[in-house]
Design a protein around this ligand. Sequence first.
Ligand SMILES: Nc1ncnc2c1ncn2[C@@H]1O[C@H](COP(=O)(O)OP(=O)(O)OP(=O)(O)O)[C@@H](O)[C@H]1O
Length: 608
Amino acid sequence: MLSQSEHQGVCKLLSLVMSETESHTYREEDYRFLHSMLMEKKVHLLFKIHERLKRFERQSCIPVLEHAARMASDLVEELENQNSRDEVKQLCALFAKPHFKNLLQVHDAVAQKDFEPTLVPVPDDALDEEEDSVKIVSLVKTKEPLGATIKKDKSTGAIVVARIMRGGAADKSGLIHEGDELKEVNGVPLDYKKPKEVLPLLARSQSEIKFKIVPGSLTEGLPSDKNKLFVRALFDYSPLEDPAVPCKDAAMAFTRGDVLQIVNMDDDTWWQARSARNDSSRAGLIPSKQLQERRFMLQRPKPLFKPQRPRPAVSSFEEGPDYAAITGIHIPGLRRSFRLSRKSSRTKNASWFWRWSTEVQGVICPHTYREVIPYLREAKDKQRLVILVGPSGVGVNELRRRLVISDPDRYGVSVPYTTREKKGQEREGVDYHFVSVHKFEEDILNHRLIEYGSYKGHYYGTSLDSVHRVMVTGKMCLMDVHPSKLKFIDTSKFKPYIVFVKPPSIEELRLTRRRVKFLCDKDDPNQVRTFTEENFQDMIDLAETMESQYGHLFDKIIVNGDVATAFKELREDLEKVAEPGVQWVPAEWSRPSLKKTQRSCGHLTGLF
Ligand SMILES: Nc1ncnc2c1ncn2[C@@H]1O[C@H](COP(=O)(O)OP(=O)(O)OP(=O)(O)O)[C@@H](O)[C@H]1O
């Protein structure tokens, strides 16, 4: 009940509220209703309770002791030994009551701030005398999976812990380790049981799982936090489609391009990894590099067994026709690259991919994971060099052209060098850098060229300098490089972002390129032709070969079916590359042993 003075105080306050509200209340009955409600005793009591709680909060009670339950039981023990009077007996009876005992236990739990569920103490008879190496482990069961897999030891028949997933409940407990032998689960002996019979025992457990374990001798060898290992997956993986995975639930699906943090490599066949995006997530099993390489090797690498195409006698390239001739839009520097023009009539019979014939003869090493490191791109950093690769005719130049037209301030192309004479409208430094044979050969000797070749007795080439010149303007330099030359520019200096333009299915090629016409001889602008069925098949075959040989270098794969869709996807992707933030780049870029680009270019002795 409220005291007299408190009651008066509340009434005064409420009268004040009423007088203030009077001017805002238009109807008499509303006013009366409000008045009667505020004058209710219950409302006044609520005020009082609120006031008391506030006072209590300010006092912030501290428990006098943390072990009231133990003190009570000690007291009872002491009192029972004395010649007790009735009051003492009553007190002992009170202390013995389960409700009172529980009350004191709750008090102690709050006092000790022990709010986690408590585990039942291990019974004294849990261990047989001869089993002194056995330990009992109790884990509180939550919604989180245990994060461990089990297997039957073939030699002993025992159930052992096969794997502890990093970050899982078992791992966090630090009490269960790989190689531990499970003797019992919740008191049920596991002798002669199969792993699939053990799983329901674990699933049935309610709030706690108790294991009887014989510790194994295996120790974990995890990479330390300082040496985090990240890889980019170079293939798609779905545990659901993998009959060999030890436990589908414990495995992790990923797609090509995902960056994974490897957290355990102890097992030669199954590693543990988690997504690099979320390093607190539970780790999952993934096939190790060795395992996946073996799997790939067992698959017949198709490109290796394709019939070899005859190689043309002369190792030279043709300069492609100017785009102005085809599209009416002239973009300086945006000519056919120094890739062999496979659309020309001359290369038709020889087929357009002789360049690959020497390279595919060697054994292709399957690519599974590539080590990557985070690179924090800042707004002030130069744009990365963007390299587009793809089989001839797939649309590399078309996409490059669209990018430059769409945003000439953002995208640029390098101006090639040549030793031939300037023609008609051509401008120095715009269409070409026209240089002498002596200067060109000097540049070759000084490893200043990324690619070069000769055509009709003249040199043509792309120099490192011309790429630099575009990069210093703050633009993204778009290059079209033969994939075999990628290794020479795959360095931290250029930070290349490599996009593979891939053909769609042959049906889609037929649909989208049926009416496409292109120049097939630069000397004769009237000579246009359309794609043949053979061109489509060659394009697909060559793309497969490229992907299996150089796929590990590709940051992005764009399928060029519908050109507008492919262009949109490419543009959006490059916009992300241009943004500041963390990007994943090859770990080799940070290794000092890497040869400098210029030195590497020294290997470019052959023409292409
Ligand atoms: N998705 C597409 N749909 C229809 N036509 C396309 C598509 N992509 C490119 N093309 C057309 O196909 C022809 C060949 O494309 P492009 O010249 O870009 O190929 P490329 O990969 O650069 O080959 P090359 O180096 O031999 O020129 C061009 O006429 C181009 O406009």
